[in-house]
Design a protein around this ligand. Structure first.
Ligand SMILES: *Cc1c(COP(=O)(O)O)cnc(C)c1O
Length: 225
């Protein structure tokens, strides 16, 4: 393979290092998830060649089309499910993903619990929170977190943190701060928040997992929100 190394990856890594330093945080505590939805394997390979291991996809089908082949070529890949998940895709999701960021409702929780038990594979999950209380958006309502968390505990699903996608076009920081406060309240150690436009802000507020697509790969032609 003669892929040219990604300067965008180096730039993002440098920005993370600088933001971590400003926030007096250890860069080892920050997981950069390269969001590779809509990107071809040819676009992904330069990052793998540079040693990047952590990637995010938002569709089960697309992940299954791309990642088995890449996994056969590169060791240590960690694949994160960051998109809305349908209950009938639970088995496939557990088979292909290492971490799920979008657990947001009891019906999905039940489906995942059943398939995790069947596969004897209990993968770590984030609870996705509808942090801006937006009608059209996925995510668990803030008032329902305790209930969902209790159901997850009862089902043996490891919940490692909270995830959010703040409302578009307004300042994200207050929503990040609210998510951080909630994670603290429920004693959850990880925060999945921050995308290309605001990952440095998220980092300053305690993000442990930032999900970055455009800043690593350029703008998406196909819209896959
Ligand atoms: C697409 C997507 C991202 C990445 O967005 P960019 O703005 O391209 O960095 C992050 N999180 C989720 C849930 C996404 O769907």
């Amino acid at each position: 393979m003669t892929e040219s190394p990604s300067k965008m990856l180096i730039d993002v890594q440098n920005n993370i290092a600088a933001a971590a330093k400003r926030a007096q945080r250890d860069t080892d505590d920050i997981n950069l998830i390269a969001v590779s939805k809509t990107r071809s394997s040819e676009e992904i390979i330069p990052l793998l060649e540079q040693g990047h291991k952590s990637f995010g996809e938002n569709r089960v089908q697309e992940a299954m089309e791309k990642w088995p082949a890449l996994r056969s070529q590169y060791d240590g890949i960690e694949l994160h499910c960051i998109g809305q998940l349908q209950s009938n895709k639970a088995a496939e999701a557990i088979a292909i993903f290492d971490v799920i960021h979008s657990l947001d409702r009891i019906s999905l929780l039940k489906a995942l619990a059943k398939e995790m038990k069947k596969a004897d594979k209990y993968i770590p999950c984030f609870l996705q929170i509808n942090i801006g209380d937006e009608e059209q958006k996925g995510g668990c309502a803030v008032k329902d977190i305790a209930k969902l968390l209790e159901a997850a505990t009862n089902a043996g699903i490891p919940i490692i943190g909270l995830m959010c996608i703040p409302p578009a076009d307004i300042e994200a920081a207050p929503f990040f701060a609210l998510l951080a406060k909630l994670a603290d309240e429920y004693d959850l150690p990880n925060l999945s928040m921050g995308m290309s436009s605001d990952y440095e802000t998220a980092l300053s507020i305690g993000a442990t997992h930032i999900r970055v697509g455009t800043a690593l790969f350029g703008s998406r032609i196909r819209n896959a929100e």
